[in-house]
Design a protein around this ligand. Structure first.
Ligand code: IMP
Length: 422
């Protein structure tokens, strides 16, 4: 069944683990958006892997992985990721990893432009991962970006880089940031391009022949629905469509090929970077950080933590067309005496079931909570719904009702086996 997996919060929902679990029955695993701002942590055979650009299907034998046109590709970062995998004994050859020749390339000046933009925003900064993601997508929309196909020909690449640098350097100069020459850029990225050359291709025929042959294609979403440039907490978002539609525009597989959308959320909420977070709670943040949990996989930043916000999940289920919910890190709440869930926002005395678009309304929104008794027992060894404590089952059942989608998967620990199928 062709499936899109997407995050329903602000990223870091534990999608990597659900992707890894569903990959067992998939033939092709694809990415359609984001870049190495993402960090997917997967534990397989007692080894922890953090993947940024490569779909986690790479950890399996006999699966092909596709990086689609909608991804922004840092060639040097990708090569590092490939080397790490190869050092761990996981081969990455051109049959196993195909990269779209239409994917836009993150170049060194994009990272500096990202820093320049953040500095200019001052206290209103987005809190980006500084991976150059926003400027690369901006160049794509502005029609001044370079695609991998352009990078395969040195003369074309140098010419396009030179045109772009004329403007980029003057912006960087204004911010006292390093400027670049074409040679510098080319020397930094060309060895990586050479390493990647055999993987770079038109991925459409491969994707479509897999579809037509009845193979199973799995899309691994990066980030979460509220970082979506259209549906998220704009402007505190990333620059791609992280919701399910992005998988189609970012790969070339049409919506008619998609049969299932699995929406992943944590049993609570986290966010890294700036922006509204109605259920944020210092006590919950301190609780997770004291346990060494909830530090960013890409930047190591402590994540902001809070109660589950069903106003977000309800909306994300609608936008993504979620057919199945996956609730992760249920065990994170094992010790809590009581658990709150936000079911609506109160904005100026009015109840709202959906998130506002208005920036000022976010500042005034107050959470309306339902409170549940905790289960205060270890759920990590449960292997079925029936083995979960009654209070955990009640919590999950209510969650599914509020979301309008059934809870089909529950994550209760980092290992592959700690996934309960309902
Ligand atoms: P950018 O994607 O680096 O431009 O960052 C924009 C916003 O998205 C910032 O708030 C980042 O912290 C957030 N962000 C980007 N990628 C991820 C992710 O994979 N997990 C969580 N937050 C992310």
């Amino acid at each position: 069944m062709n499936t899109i997996i997407c995050g329903l919060q602000w990223g870091d929902e534990g999608k990597g683990k659900i992707v890894d679990y569903l990959t067992e029955t998939a033939d092709v695993v694809a990415r359609g958006q984001g870049g190495n701002n993402a960090g997917h942590t997967v534990i397989a055979n007692d080894t922890k892997y953090i993947l940024h650009l490569i779909p986690s299907g790479i950890l399996w034998e006999g699966k092909s992985c596709i990086i689609g046109n909608g991804v922004v590709m840092d060639p040097v970062g990708l090569c590092k990721e490939i080397s790490n995998l190869e050092e761990a004994g996981i081969p990455v050859d051109e049959n196993k990893l195909l990269i779209s020749d239409r994917a836009h390339v993150v170049l060194p000046y994009h990272r500096e432009l990202d820093a320049a933009r953040e500095a200019a925003l001052g206290k209103n900064k987005i809190g980006t991962t500084k991976r150059g993601i926003g400027p690369t997508y901006a160049d794509k929309a502005n029609r001044i970006g370079l695609r991998l196909a352009d990078m395969l020909d040195e003369a074309t690449a140098r010419e396009l880089i030179e045109i772009r640098l004329n403007e980029a350097n003057s912006t960087l100069e204004k911010h006292d940031l390093p400027t670049f020459t074409v040679d510098q850029v080319w020397q930094e990225v060309s060895p990586a391009i050479e390493r990647l050359r055999p993987h770079i291709t038109n991925v459409i025929p491969a994707l479509h022949s897999a579809w037509k042959a009845g193979k199973t294609i799995l899309f691994e979403g990066a980030q979460g629905s509220f970082l979506d440039v259209d549906f998220g907490t704009y402007p505190f978002v990333t620059s791609s469509n992280t919701t399910s539609g992005g998988a189609c525009t970012g790969s070339g597989l049409p919506p008619t090929a998609i049969e299932r959308v699995v929406g992943v959320c944590k049993a609570y909420t986290t966010r890294v970077g700036s922006g509204p977070f109605i259920t944020e709670n210092d006590d919950i943040s301190a609780y997770f950080h004291a346990r060494g949990m909830e530090f960013g996989a890409t930047t190591g930043r402590p994540r902001r933590c809070g109660w589950l916000d069903m106003v977000l999940i309800r909306y994300a289920c609608m936008v993504n067309g979620v057919t199945d919910l996956a609730v992760t890190i249920l065990d994170g709440l094992d010790e809590r005496e009581s658990i709150k869930v936000c079911v609506a926002y109160d904005i100026d005395g009015e109840r709202h079931d959906f998130p506002p678009a208005n920036r000022a309304a976010w500042d005034r929104a107050q959470p309306v909570y339902e409170e549940f008794p905790g289960w205060q027992s270890d759920t990590t060894s449960a292997r079925s719904w029936d083995e979960l404590p009654d209070n955990a089952r009640a919590y999950l059942t209510r969650l599914g009702k509020l979301a309008g989608a059934p809870v089909s998967y529950i994550g209760n620990g980092p290992e592959r086996e700690q996934t309960i199928v309902v």
